[in-house]
Design a binder for this molecule. Structure first.
Ligand SMILES: C[S@@+](CC[C@H](N)C(=O)[O-])C[C@H]1O[C@@H](n2cnc3c(N)ncnc32)[C@H](O)[C@@H]1O
Length: 276
C-alpha cells in the first residue's frame, strides 16, 4: 500500500460507493466485501492495472467503481485507463453507470451480460478481475465459467485476478483453488502471484471465511480466444450458486425507483405520538 495515501479521504470515497450499491441478493452469491478491504483491494488493483484496460466479470462489490473514483479524485496516483463491468444484474449495471455519470468518471462503463452467454468483446482488455460464486457445491465449476469469460476478454499479454475462498481449516476451498489453477494452466496461463486470506465479507453464516487474490499471467506465445460460445451444459449449471441453486436466471431486472438511496416505504411504518 502507498504510504502517502490519505486514509480519511479514501474511506469517505469508499463510503460514497457503498451508499450507491444495491442490496445484495444472497441467492446469487452476492455477498459484499467489507469496506476496509475495499480500500486495500482498490489500491492494489489501481497499481496492478495502472494505464491498462480492465474488465470485471461480475462486480457486486464495486471494486471497479472504487478504483475509478479513488484514482479520478487523486486519492490514488495510479489507475486503469478504461474499466468495463459485465454483470447480469441490471441494478448493479445501473448503479455503476449512475455513479460514473454523477462523478464524471468517463473511463468507467457497465454492460448487462450473463457469463453463460458468449462473451461479446473478445480480446479487448489487458487485465481482467473476477470475484465469482466460489463454487463450494460444484467443485469450482462456477469459478471456471467466470474465469473462462475473463480469459476470452484478454488480449496477450494479459493478466487475470480471481478472488476466491481461501481457508486453511476447510477442504472445499483447497479443492476449488486446485481446480481453478489447473484450468488456468490448461488455457495458456501460469499463476504469477497468490495473496492468501486477504478479504472479509458481510457473510452472516461464515463470518471468518476469507478470500485470496489468485493472479494469472499469460504464457509467452499464448494466443487470444478466437470465439466464445454459450454454456448450457446442465452439469455446469447445477449447484452454480450453491447446493440445489442452479443457474436459471438470464438477467436480474431492475424495478425503477425515483427514491434511490433512501429507505423503501415497505421497510417501515410510523407509530404516531398520542394526540391530546
Ligand atoms: C456472484 S457475486 C460473488 C461475491 C462478490 N463478493 C459480490 O458480491 O460481488 C459476483 C457478481 O457476479 C454477478 N453474477 C452472478 N451470476 C452472474 C452471471 N451468470 N453472469 C454475470 N454476472 C453474474 C453478481 O451479480 C455479482 O455482482
Amino acid at each position: 500500500m502507498h504510504n502517502d495515501i490519505d486514509l480519511k479521504a479514501a474511506i469517505n470515497a469508499i463510503s460514497d460507493v457503498v451508499q450507491n450499491r444495491p442490496r445484495p441478493l444472497r441467492e446469487f452469491d452476492q455477498i459484499y466485501m467489507k469496506s476496509g478491504d475495499m480500500v486495500m483491494q482498490s489500491e492494489f488493483v489501481s497499481r496492478w492495472a495502472d494505464g491498462k484496460s480492465l474488465a470485471f466479470i461480475g462486480d457486486g462489490d464495486a471494486i471497479s467503481v472504487c478504483t475509478a473514483y479513488l484514482s479520478a479524485k487523486g486519492i490514488l496516483p495510479t489507475g486503469p485507463s478504461r474499466i468495463v463491468v459485465y454483470d447480469f444484474d441490471e441494478r448493479i449495471v445501473s448503479a455503476v453507470k449512475r455513479f460514473a455519470d454523477q462523478e464524471r468518471l468517463q473511463n468507467l462503463d457497465a454492460v448487462l451480460y450473463n457469463c453463460l452467454d458468449a462473451f461479446p468483446d473478445l480480446g479487448a482488455f489487458d487485465c481482467v478481475y473476477t470475484n465469482p460464486p466460489w463454487g463450494a457445491s460444484n467443485g469450482g465449476e462456477s469459478v471456471k465459467v467466470f474465469l473462462q469469460r475473463g480469459i476470452e476478454a484478454l488480449r496477450r499479454p494479459g493478466e487475470g485476478l480471481v478472488v476466491i475462498a481461501d481457508d486453511p481449516d476447510l477442504d472445499w476451498p483447497k479443492q476449488v483453488l486446485h481446480r481453478v489453477q489447473w484450468f488456468g494452466l490448461e488455457h495458456g496461463f501460469y499463476v504469477s502471484r497468490m495473496m492468501p486470506r486477504l478479504h472479509s465479507y458481510h457473510l452472516d453464516d461464515a463470518p471468518e471465511l476469507r478470500s485470496c487474490n489468485l493472479m494469472f499471467s499469460s504464457l509467452p506465445g499464448s494466443v487470444p480466444a478466437l470465439r466464445s460460445e454459450e454454456i448450457r451444459d446442465p452439469d455446469q449449471l447445477k449447484h452454480f450458486y450453491g447446493r440445489s441453486a442452479s443457474a436459471r436466471v438470464r438477467y436480474v431486472r431492475e424495478r425503477k425507483r425515483v427514491d434511490y438511496g433512501r429507505a423503501n416505504t415497505s421497510e417501515y411504518e410510523f407509530e404516531l405520538l398520542e394526540e391530546e
